[in-house]
Design a protein around this ligand. Structure first.
Ligand code: SAH
Length: 479
């Protein structure tokens, strides 16, 4: 992010505009809408100023901008539509010094700030910026949001805004108030406002506040969200995961949850790293479970976020057992498990009518370095085996397959950092894979996929530098 999006209060402040054409008129209009005192410098004003000219907050000065004109201005919009005049005005502002921020229309190199595409549902305002890279795209996105953000949202924000003080009087705690608003804004009172029944909504609101004033408080126990974050690509989160991530007071996370995903967690949430690296458990499992209980008992909404799916080699079950024993409410949100994510992004279907009718998920991380699995179940025809946590055992794993009768030519693959920008796929056979993986220097996390479905990778790889990438575009270009 190269620019800071902020909302500047302009009521009663001075804004200077130069130019008399359409871009200048638009800038005057928007500054006037914010309540600014606007002075426009231009030899004459064009047709777009019709209607604005009568505004008592707008002053027209029929000469070029001078240094002294910008002394007390907060913002200067240069929009003469003429390069030399734009540059002249820009330099005048610069020479004048002072604290005004300058924007020269269509000349990003002369801008202290860029203009956002604005979706106005006042007091709700959505501003979209592209850092000057593609204002058109910003406008397209705005058009899409126009249809998704109902006009009534503005009324809802206004309704809430008018009641902030009243609530503060009966609920002095900031956390209590946040919880109240989150419940209210998604609940029946908000529905009434959106349906246009503001009187009924106001009565319901007052009733609820009345309860608070009498000292009746909503339950103090928090809850725990056990959320699967998928294998890495943030686009693979579920809507529900994202919603709960945006709502938690505290988050417990580990190394498997990528930074891109952590950036989507509510910014104010407290972060607790309970990271695990193989053979290096930062916080023992029992302690994690005990923390979840303790935090929830403090009335917090606790997000326990995990890579992949919480119930697949994620010890999610153990974590919530203790919650259940303590009567703490919890929700479990499934995630895309690493095997499914890696297989999809590597173009290796886990089942396929010509290759495999079943798929087995196992962990290669056995006790004392020994791979502890049911080998009869592993070595079956027409089956795919996906091995989690198997990288360090790759040699013994492949060797054991062969020793127990699997063909050394059976295709096998390792997907490293699956679904992330740095995903790597190494394919081979039971016999050749360990050396190839060593050569590639893979670090993990990795999934090992064993079975003839691996041969489909050459044909179906589409992600990253896969051969099918841009196939359509290339085809279209050739056509
Ligand atoms: N609950 C997780 C698995 C946790 S066990 C899930 O459902 O995916 C951790 C193992 O998952 C890692 O050792 C690795 O085998 C696998 N894994 C997790 N993320 C991965 C990724 N992006 N690419 C490849 N393997 C991954």
């Amino acid at each position: 992010m190269r620019s800071l999006p902020i909302f500047v209060k302009l009521a009663g402040k001075r804004v200077v505009v130069t130019g008399g054409g359409t871009p200048a008129a638009r800038r005057c209009e928007i500054a006037l809408r914010c309540g600014a005192e606007v002075t426009v410098f231009a030899p004459e004003l064009g047709g777009d100023f019709a209607g604005l000219e009568d505004d008592p907050q707008l002053t027209h000065v029929a000469r070029a901008l001078e240094e002294s004109d910008v002394a007390d201005a907060q913002i200067v919009f240069v929009a003469t539509e003429e390069e030399t005049a734009d540059r002249r005005d820009y330099e005048t502002v610069r020479r004048a010094g002072g604290g005004a921020l300058v924007n020269v229309a269509d000349r990003p190199d002369m801008c202290d700030f860029t203009m956002a595409s604005i979706l106005d549902r006042s007091p709700l305002v959505v501003a979209i910026g592209t850092d000057g890279a593609s204002p058109i795209f910003g406008r397209m996105l705005k058009a899409r949001l126009e249809t998704e953000i109902p006009a009534a949202y503005g009324r809802l924000v206004e309704f809430a805004g008018a009641r902030r003080e009243a609530l503060e009087r009966v609920l002095p705690g900031a956390a209590d108030r946040r919880r109240f608003w989150e419940r209210m804004l998604e609940g029946p009172i908000a529905e009434l406002v959106l349906a246009g029944q503001e009187d009924a909504a106001a009565r319901a609101f007052d009733d609820e506040i009345g309860e608070f004033a009498k000292g009746v408080r909503p339950g103090q126990v928090g809850e725990v969200y056990l959320v699967g974050a998928g294998p890495g690509d943030p686009d693979l989160l579920t809507f529900k995961a994202l919603r709960l991530m945006q709502r938690c007071d505290v988050v417990l996370y580990d190394r498997l949850v990528s930074e891109d995903i952590m950036n989507l967690v509510r910014r104010d949430a407290e972060r607790i790293y309970v990271g695990k690296q193989r053979n290096n458990h930062a916080m023992p499992q029992e302690q994690i479970s005990a923390s979840l209980v303790k935090l929830a008992q403090q009335g917090k909404r606790v997000l326990r976020i995990k890579g992949g799916d919480p119930f697949i080699f994620g010890r999610g079950g153990e974590e919530i057992e203790m919650l259940a024993a303590h009567g703490i409410p919890f929700q479990v949100v499934p995630g895309i498990t690493a095997a499914a994510g890696c297989a999809a992004y590597a173009g290796i279907p886990l089942t396929h009518r010509d290759h495999a009718q079943s798929c087995l998920f196992v962990t290669g991380h056995g006790k004392e370095g020994h791979v502890d699995v049911d080998w009869n179940a592993m070595i079956q025809p027409h089956q795919t085996v996906a091995v989690y946590m198997g990288l360090s055992q790759l040699d013994s794993l492949m060797g054991e397959f062969i020793a127990r009768g699997a063909s050394p030519d059976l295709p096998a693959a390792v997907v490293d950092n699956g679904t992330k920008a740095n995903q790597r796929v190494v394919t081979g056979t039971l016999a050749s894979l360990p050396d190839k993986v060593r050569e590639a220097g893979l670090r993990g996390p990795t999934i090992i996929i064993i079975g003839s479905v691996v041969t489909l990778h050459d044909k179906l790889d589409w992600f990253g530098d896969g051969p099918n990438r841009n196939r359509t575009t290339a085809g279209e270009a050739a056509a």
